[in-house]
Write a protein that binds this ligand. Structure first.
Ligand code: PGA
Length: 246
């Protein structure tokens, strides 16, 4: 079976000022020198999207509102992100699910808004430590995947990021067996949902990915790239992960 081209995406979260343009320029120089076999994306804070666009690296967003426009002070729509040249929007990151009370229904509505603009939604799923301890990982991930993919989604405009909440920013990572088990379940849900095309949906792993563990994690079956937080902030660190796909 054909495998999808990996997508290594950096999520800068609420980090970065205009001086971070340097990092994008450095990253582009590194990527241009090396021969890289994956797609690369940086999702900076919305304030930096314009400044970082057009510098050779694909730029995406970390969230959007579910409506196209209207009276929603402080929010940003997928149409606005498209207008800035974004091709991808992360939705349902665990920090948004936790800090902003986003439910699967919210995430689904946001993913729909993204896809209706012709953009790709990176839909994040993952269990908390407590859920893992209780042996609920597969149930939680299944209900998040099933509940967060919009009805009209296609295999082309959907990416799933599996990010165990307890692994985010902690330096802890699941075993490769655990990653393989969860990704296999996600793959079978995608095959149920999209038929054969589900084979080509990218399933990223995220949570404490760094250069030193990337090749092990990225070689697991059904892992088609990474969603990277802390290690995406510096070009050299992020490139260390990207190089896994050389
Ligand atoms: P981390 O974050 O790489 O810093 O663990 C991952 C994420 O939240 O996407």
């Amino acid at each position: 079976m054909a495998a999808p081209k990996a997508l290594v995406a950096g999520n800068w979260k609420m980090n970065g000022l205009t001086a971070s343009v340097d990092q994008i320029e450095k990253l582009n120089a590194l990527v241009t020198e090396g021969s890289v076999g994956c797609d690369i994306l940086i999702c900076p804070p919305a304030t930096l999207i314009s400044a970082l666009s057009g510098k050779g690296i694909d730029i995406g967003a970390q969230d959007c509102h579910m409506n196209v426009s209207g009276a929603h002070t402080g929010d940003i729509s997928a149409a606005m992100l498209k207008d800035l040249g974004c091709h991808y929007v992360i939705v349902g990151h665990s920090e948004r699910r936790a800090d902003h009370g986003e439910t699967n229904d919210t995430v689904k509505a946001k993913a729909k808004a993204v896809q209706e603009q012709g953009l790709t939604a990176i839909i994040c799923v993952g269990e908390t430590d407590e859920e893992r301890e209780k042996g609920e990982t597969l149930d939680v991930v299944t209900s998040q995947v099933v509940g967060s993919i919009p009805e009209n989604a296609s295999a082309d405009n959907t990416v799933i990021a599996y990010e165990p909440v307890w692994a985010i920013g902690t330096g802890k990572v699941p075993t490769t067996n655990d990653v393989a088990e969860v990704h296999a379940v996600i793959r079978s849900l995608l095959l149920d949902r999209f038929g054969d095309a589900g084979e080509m949906v990218r399933i990223q792993y995220g949570g404490s990915v760094k250069a030193s563990n990337a090749s092990e994690l990225m070689s697991v079956a059904n892992v088609n790239g990474a969603l990277v937080g802390g290690a995406s902030l510096k070009a050299e660190d992020f490139y260390g992960i990207i190089k896994t796909y050389q």
